[in-house]
Design a protein around this ligand. Structure first.
Ligand code: CA
Length: 337
């Protein structure tokens, strides 16, 4: 019998009572029974400040464990939380897939789980599936607005970009557009994951949660420009929601969209990828995206790879080594919203 139903209580417990007013620092206790710890749990740090009426905002980093601007921005915010005057409820989890963050890898070293491909998760599943299930059954139902901060991780690099997903409910579109403009990121991207619906984003939207994401860098480093955009985006989202005081300028942004398969470039075969573009380049369909060299047969001509659409390069592969099917980068085109 599937055990993803919301009526089944999560096995993850919290040391924080999410209904309790004031500032709280605690843990999500992720049950982990293994050879060296029969009754143990993994403590995932969680922070909350709750002060009366107002929306509930969930801020998360470390969905993937090799992406750093989000966790850094949220650790800095967590240290300010005890003194932050809030209207509503703010929940901060800097390292959501904690085992992956502590291992500096995209996926969990315990179960190999990619949290952002694990929704809706399972109560009795792997640790990563249990985290997804906890979000589905405990956190999303109490959340009005979620902001999940990402980057390209070890394998890709992004121009620092806010990711937006307009709500299914058209009555919320104007409010959402106002928040996008208030955040005023240098770029706002409408992502296209080619039908992928096991993500945090897809799950949050199924729950009617207003959702923001972001790709603030990559290469598994801390991108200083990206960190600045991430921190400013958090601050302006919270002021835009009137959760905290502060100027909420209508800064405006440039909105881009990823337009399906033609905006992606994938490796046709394994080898060493030499790109023919840089982040921010405007490219045309048919233009070379790069070449794949063959270290086992150096005299064999490098295999050319071409762009299949027009647009701006917003993501590039960070690892030169590639296998057939690896994403070498993707484009996005300007849209008006
Ligand atoms: Ca990511």
């Amino acid at each position: 019998m599937p055990d993803t139903h919301s009526s089944t209580p999560s096995l993850i417990t919290s040391t924080i009572d999410f209904d309790s007013p004031g500032f709280h620092a605690g843990h999500l206790r992720l049950p982990y029974s293994h050879d060296r710890s029969g009754y143990g749990f993994i403590p995932v740090p969680v922070f909350m400040v709750h002060a009366g009426p107002g929306p509930t905002v969930l801020l998360t980093g470390g969905n993937h464990g090799d992406e750093y601007e989000g966790p850094i921005a949220l650790m800095k915010l967590a240290r300010r939380l005890p003194w932050l005057s809030v209207r509503g409820r703010l929940i901060v989890i800097p390292a959501l897939n904690y085992p992956a963050v502590m291992n500096a890898t995209r996926t969990s070293p315990i179960d190999g789980g990619n949290l952002n491909r694990s929704f809706p998760g399972q109560r009795n599943g792997t640790l990563t599936e249990m985290i997804a299930h906890h979000l589905e059954t405990v956190l999303f139902p109490i959340t009005d607005v979620a902001f999940d901060l990402h980057a390209g991780g070890a394998s890709t690099n992004y121009l620092p970009t806010l990711l937006a997903a307009w709500p299914d409910d058209e009555r919320k579109h104007a409010d959402y557009t106002r928040l996008v403009d208030t955040i005023g990121a240098p770029r706002t991207l409408i992502m296209d994951l080619l039908g992928e619906n096991r993500t945090f984003a897809a799950a949050a939207q199924r729950h009617g949660v207003m959702f923001f994401c972001g790709e603030f860098g990559g290469h598994a480093v801390c991108n200083l420009d990206g960190l600045e955009v991430a921190e400013r985006s958090i601050e302006r989202l919270l002021t835009g929601l009137d959760l905290i005081d502060g100027p909420a300028p209508r800064a405006g942004t440039v909105t881009y969209a990823v337009e399906g398969h033609r905006h992606y470039v994938f490796a046709p075969e394994a080898g060493i990828f030499e790109p023919a573009f840089r982040l921010g380049d405007q490219v045309k369909a048919g233009q070379p995206a790069g070449w794949i060299h063959h270290p086992s047969h150096p005299q064999r001509p490098a295999t050319p790879v071409h762009f299949e659409g027009d647009g701006m390069a917003i993501c590039i592969r960070a690892l030169a080594h590639c296998e057939a099917g690896d994403c070498l980068g993707h484009l996005a085109s300007v849209v008006s919203h």
